[in-house]
Design a protein around this ligand. Structure first.
Ligand code: MF3
Ligand code: CO
Length: 248
């Protein structure tokens, strides 16, 4: 069942989204060679506390951290760690913020110092793919229109879209209906309606789209070792179209 949200519920999620967006803006200033994702994790915990918010991912299905920090060939659900980031790396920081019981979810990929032209292309295309998906999130369209727009664009740029992890409805729990794949066929899937709130979060790989799971049972990485990027927003559907609740 897809739960439709009232304007009040959407406004509450927007407050969580504002905190999350300002946290990402601070993270952008911290990312440089030598910094560890453990330091980012501690920064986020502290930032949320100061803003009277809590990290919803911590404790979710046994996940132990406020953030996911996925480096280079890691696609998602990387663990924050004490290993310094190096020039040329990319890192995706993903988190869910809880503010007074309302949630917002946003991931952002960051370049560490100067990155190769190939990596820079990956970052640009992945971010653009997110916005091409959001454009399709209008009442009357179908969920498949979102994934189709993303896949068509990403593949036209010679990159691939991950299938094994998808966007999702979100409200007072992290994962609700609808499922939001970042690939697929136009005109398929549930009709998009006013009051829906969901994430769009394409993960894009330079090489093959396939994933493999680390022994920790959480971290997914590319099978061919190529880099993977991700940009994620939480959006609410209104009569006039989508509002991005986590826009920076
Ligand atoms: N933020 C993630 C998403 O975009 C959810 C992470 S689940 C966790 O769907 F357990 F890793 F926290
Ligand atoms: Co997320």
């Amino acid at each position: 069942m897809i739960v439709l949200k009232s304007q009040r519920e959407i406004e509450a999620m927007q407050k969580a989204g504002e905190i999350l967006a300002s946290c990402h803006k601070e993270i952008a200033k911290l990312i440089k060679p030598g910094v560890t994702t453990w330091e980012i994790e501690e920064f986020v915990e502290d930032f949320l506390k100061k803003n009277h918010a809590t990290p919803e991912q911590k404790g979710y299905k046994g996940y132990e951290f406020a953030t996911c920090a996925s480096i280079n060939d890691e696609i998602c659900h990387g663990f924050p760690r004490k290993e310094p980031l190096k020039e040329g790396d990319i890192v995706t920081i993903d988190m869910v913020v809880n503010y007074n019981g309302a949630l917002a979810d946003s991931a952002w990929s960051y370049a560490v110092g100067d990155v190769s032209p190939e990596t820079d292309h990956l970052l640009k295309v992945t971010k653009e793919a997110l916005y091409k998906g959001i454009e399709q999130a209008v009442p009357g369209n179908r969920i498949g229109d979102i994934g189709h727009a993303i896949q068509k664009y990403v593949e036209s740029e010679g990159l691939s879209v991950v299938r094994d992890f998808i966007g999702h409805g979100i409200g007072t729990v992290i994962h609700e209906k609808p499922d939001v794949p970042h690939y697929g066929l136009p005109g398929k899937g549930p009709r998009i309606k006013e009051g829906m709130v969901f994430t769009i979060e394409p993960m894009v790989n330079i090489g093959m789209y396939h994933t493999k799971m680390d022994l920790n049972g959480w971290t997914a990485r590319t099978v061919d070792g190529t880099y993977s990027a991700q940009y994620e927003h939480t959006i609410a559907i209104t009569k006039e179209g989508p509002i991005i609740l986590t826009e920076q």
